[in-house]
Structures are given as structure tokens and as C-alpha cells.
Ligand binder design. Structure first.
Ligand SMILES: Nc1ncnc2c1ncn2[C@@H]1O[C@H](COP(=O)(O)OP(=O)(O)OP(=O)(O)O)[C@@H](O)[C@H]1O
Ligand SMILES: O=C(O)C1=C[C@@H](O)[C@@H](O)[C@H](O)C1
Ligand SMILES: [Mg+2]
Length: 189
């Protein structure tokens, strides 16, 4: 079912944007929309957007999948922790994390201290359908994507639920989700 978009006016959006005094960090499972919705959200409120997976890929000069293949997941997680630490200190605007970043206690503590965290959440069937469009996620190559996403949701929800705001996404336009995030932040601030 598609949820209705909040009816925020340009003035509402500008008013909320003025109240935002820290980076907005999007967390949640693969495919919830952290990267795509995050970019829309940044456009909407006129701030920079940065994607942690992209930053890691740039620093390593390899795709996330290649980093997993060549060096293994622990190496990727170390890079992710380092990049998050740097970005959270120097970046305002919207930061899209990789799906595992907020599960790391050190990274989660840093985000909770210095940013507004938003858990984007979605049902598993939708995530399976969305993530099947691109074979770029190494964790989903290790078996049945539905079973893997379900297992990750069970293991990670305790961490994700520590985010400041919780926004459930659906198949509506990305912009509608971006507006719902703004509404949730406005209520939380
Ligand atoms: N609200 C939405 N409605 C429709 N499609 C969406 C929505 N959010 C995301 N998608 C689609 O799902 C796919 C995955 O989205 P995206 O890459 O933003 O996820 P992500 O949370 O950044 O995942 P990852 O953790 O793997 O980086 C994209 O094709 C995107 O267009
Ligand atoms: O959920 C995860 O652990 C991941 C999500 C992606 O964003 C990438 O960071 C990588 O594929 C791992
Ligand atoms: Mg992403």
C-alpha cells in the first residue's frame, strides 16, 4: 500500500531545514533507500549529500564487492568505521551509510552523539525485489537473498531501533519518503 505524502509547503520545508543543526545520517538495511532517498532529501533542503559506500570505493579505488572479494569483510568494516569517523566530524548535510555501519557500536555511538539518525525501514519482500535489480551487494551473493535479508533484519533491528527517528518506506515516490523523513525529524527535534 502506498502511503500518502505529507503536505509540507515550501515554507514548512524551509522552517524545518533551519532547525536542523547536525548532519542527518540515514541507516537501515540494503535497499531501503538510504542512497537514493538521501540524495533527494539533501536536494530538498539544499545541503550536501555524501554516500559512505561511495567514499569507501573512492578511497580504495575498488567497488564494495571487489573490496569484499580481495580483502574480506573485516577489512571493509575497518574502512567503513574510519570513513564514518572522518565524515561525521567534517560533513554537514545528509550522509547515507552502508547497511552495516550503524551496527558497529563505535560508529553508532559517534552518530548518536553528533548527528540526527534516521532508520529507514521496509518490508523484506520489497527489499528483495529492489536489491535484485543490481548485483552489487556482496552479502546477498552468499545465498538466498530473502533468507539473508530476513536474518539481517532480525540481527540488526536492535541496533537500527536506536536511531532517533524511524521512517517506514514503501513504493511511493522517493520524494514522498524524503518528506516523511523531514516530518519525523521535525517531531523529534
Ligand atoms: N521509496 C522507494 N520507492 C521505490 N524504489 C525505491 C525506494 N527507495 C529505494 N528504491 C529503489 O531501491 C533500490 C535500492 O535503493 P538504494 O540504493 O537507495 O538503497 P540503499 O539503502 O542505499 O542500499 P545499500 O545499503 O545497499 O547501499 C534503488 O533502485 C532505488 O531506486
Ligand atoms: O548491509 C550491509 O552490510 C552492506 C550494505 C551496503 O550498503 C554495503 O555497505 C555493503 O554491501 C554491506
Ligand atoms: Mg546505499
Amino acid at each position: 500500500m502506498t502511503q500518502t505524502a505529507p503536505s509540507l509547503t515550501q515554507q514548512d520545508i524551509a522552517r524545518i531545514a533551519r532547525r536542523i543543526d547536525r548532519p542527518i545520517v540515514l541507516v537501515g538495511l540494503m535497499g531501503v533507500g538510504k542512497s537514493t532517498v538521501g540524495r533527494r532529501l539533501a536536494n530538498l533542503i539544499g545541503v550536501d549529500f555524501v554516500d559512505v559506500d561511495d567514499e569507501i570505493e573512492r578511497a580504495a579505488d575498488r567497488s564494495v564487492a571487489e573490496i569484499f572479494e580481495e580483502f574480506g569483510e573485516p577489512y571493509f568494516r575497518n574502512g567503513e568505521r574510519r570513513v564514518m569517523g572522518r565524515l561525521i566530524g567534517e560533513k554537514q548535510g545528509v550522509i547515507a551509510t552502508g547497511g552495516g555501519a550503524f551496527v558497529d557500536p563505535e560508529t553508532r555511538g559517534l552518530i548518536r552523539e553528533k548527528a540526527i539518525s534516521v532508520w529507514l525501514d521496509c518490508d523484506i519482500e520489497t527489499l528483495v525485489e529492489r536489491t535484485a535489480r543490481r548485483d552489487s551487494r556482496p552479502l546477498l551473493r552468499q545465498g538466498d537473498p530473502h533468507a539473508i535479508l530476513l536474518d539481517l533484519k532480525e540481527r540488526r533491528s536492535g541496533s537500527y531501533s536506536q536511531a532517533d527517528c524511524h521512517v517506514v518506506t514503501d513504493d511511493g515516490p522517493h520524494n514522498a519518503t524524503a518528506l516523511r523523513i523531514l516530518e519525523a525529524i521535525d517531531s523529534w527535534l
